[in-house]
Design a protein around this ligand. Structure first.
Ligand code: ADP
Ligand code: GLC
Length: 485
């Protein structure tokens, strides 16, 4: 496909996007789409809430849409660019100009989250239906997660017959945007849609379900998660709705930004590559020193993660003493649930020189960790895609992952057969419990001790291709099919 080919335009709607605002992988993926889809002929503009201070970061800012009263106050959309990416920021100070993170402040959700993200979704539907002040109008509306779940619903119910195709991507079904039924009118939702076949969910409103029901197509971020979602253990109550979508739900595996995550050019670290690994040893030394880890003979494992039940960090806490006894060390960077933060900090105090823990969020440090670590542990109970195992592969930092979702789709676990066939790229375990993780960490200790096998594993991991090319083609095909309907 030639770079000049113009297939159409997309309004991508989300609550976070690099480089403006990030709490997790959603931001990486939404941020990668415009650059990945441009060579496929699709122009992607991204609509985000204008959280405090964001609007000042746009170049060429201009007002392109206004509403005198959007869920309790005036709002406008400011269009502009950051680098080569085109953004629409929904500036509604009564909803977004406040302290705290995108979703919460001091550990509690913003109480008006239903209104905040309904506003984002309404603005998206309005632009899709009527265009902006410059006359730009998308062929496709691409909504991400529950925060944009009402966008396809508003487009169907409040602006019918526009001809704009809609896609909802589920990055994590555990978050569904539940609001009390009493907010129905306030959220501009038709009471005729308040039934189990539409947006009602156990007596409440579910923004994600509204999107799931109304979007032309639904995607999620790995083929295995697409299958898992049909089962009660993963569908979180929406498995029936998912099953009803049949083949209009598919899994498209995320890519990673192979420019930002490239050990040969990463400015945060000493460069290295699969054919010249000396830099990695240097990075390892610096990382051990940075985390106060003492001399060791075993593998230096890393974790870079939100600290939540999803991520299985409690299981890691249980399995770690055995790993340390076997000669392993751990450097962990994360933030999240206060009980997990406390348990991990206690572990670090119990094993000085063996376990180092940083509570916080630090992008630069995360690069140094992937470059300096021997292995990255991802013991998630469920993982729609997961990005850190992909960064691990790229940096020759062997992933030790639970066999679920995108982790199962991206890591080939070491077994006698897969090692014999020169196919293994990591270590996988199942089920997600202390015993299975302990076995996986034992396997890590053994594989690391066998230098020729370990080096071959690293080389293979570093050759795995998880760039955006394949995913971009899959999204382009989907955009083309919904735009044509
Ligand atoms: P999720 O989105 O569920 O948190 P992903 O693996 O898809 O999981 O994405 C997490 C992203 O956030 C990755 O880019 C990871 O490197 C980054 N990340 C998570 N925690 C931290 C942290 N404490 N500091 C820096 N980066 C982090
Ligand atoms: C969600 C998922 C994660 C996925 C990310 C990007 O945060 O938890 O597995 O990688 O979205 O799609």
């Amino acid at each position: 496909m030639s770079a000049q080919k113009r297939e159409g335009s997309v309004l991508s709607v989300a609550s976070e996007c690099v480089p403006l605002v990030k709490t997790g992988g959603l931001a990486d993926v939404v941020g990668a789409l415009p650059g990945a889809l441009a060579p496929e002929g699709w122009e992607v503009r991204t609509l985000l809430p204008s959280y405090r201070g964001l609007v000042e970061r746009l170049d060429g800012a201009r007002d392109v849409w206004a509403a005198p009263d959007l869920f309790g106050g005036p709002a406008r959309i400011v269009a502009g660019s950051v680098g080569s990416a085109e953004f629409y920021l929904l500036d509604a100070p009564h909803l977004f100009d406040r302290t705290g993170g995108p979703y919460s402040v001091a550990g509690s959700d913003h109480p008006d989250n239903p209104e905040r993200f309904a506003a984002l979704s309404w603005a998206a539907a309005s632009i899709a239906a009527k265009g902006d002040a410059d006359g730009w109008r998308p062929d496709v509306l691409h909504a991400h997660d529950w925060q944009a779940g009402l966008a396809p619903a508003y487009l169907s119910w409040a602006f019918p017959g526009t001809g704009v195709g809609t896609i909802l991507t589920i990055h994590n079904i555990a978050f569904q945007g539940i609001a009390p039924a009493a907010k129905l009118m306030r959220l501009r939702l038709p009471s005729t849609q308040f039934h189990p076949g539409a947006l009602e969910y156990w007596g409440n409103i579910s923004s994600l379900k509204a999107g799931l029901i109304t979007a032309d197509r639904v995607t999620t971020v790995s083929p295995t998660y697409a299958e898992e979602l049909r089962r009660p253990a993963f569908g979180m109550g929406l498995e029936g709705v998912i099953a009803d979508r049949g083949t209009s739900l598919s899994g498209i595996l995320n890519g990673i930004d192979t420019t930002a995550w490239n050990p040969a050019t990463d400015s945060a670290v000493t460069p290295y590559s699969a054919t010249s690994m000396a830099g990695k040893a240097e990075n390892r030394k610096l990382l051990a020193a940075e985390f106060g880890l003492g001399p060791d003979s075993g593998p230096l494992a890393i974790v870079v993660s939100r600290l939540s039940h999803q991520k299985g960090m409690d299981i890691l806490v249980d399995a770690l003493p055995g790993f340390v006894a076997g000669g392993g060390t751990l450097a962990l960077l994360g933030s999240g649930d206060s009980d997990l933060e406390a348990a991990l900090s206690t572990l670090a105090a119990r094993f000085p020189g063996k376990v180092g823990v940083r509570i916080g969020y630090d992008e630069d440090l995360s690069h140094r960790m992937f470059a300096g670590g021997d292995a990255v542990i991802v013991p998630s109970r469920f993982e729609p895609c997961g990005l850190t195992q992909l960064y691990g592969l790229r940096y020759g930092t062997i992933p030790v992952v639970a066999l679920t979702g995108g982790l199962a789709d991206t890591v080939i676990g070491a077994t006698p057969a897969s090692l014999g066939a020169a196919a293994a790229t990591g270590i996988t375990f199942h089920p997600v419990d202390r015993l299975a993780l302990t076995r996986a960490l034992d396997q890590l200790l053994h594989l690391y001790a066998d230098k020729p096998v370990w080096k071959a594993l690293q080389k293979r991991a570093m050759k795995a291709d998880f760039g955006w090319g394949r995913a971009a083609r899959a999204y382009a095909d989907l955009y083309a099919s919904v735009a044509a309907e």
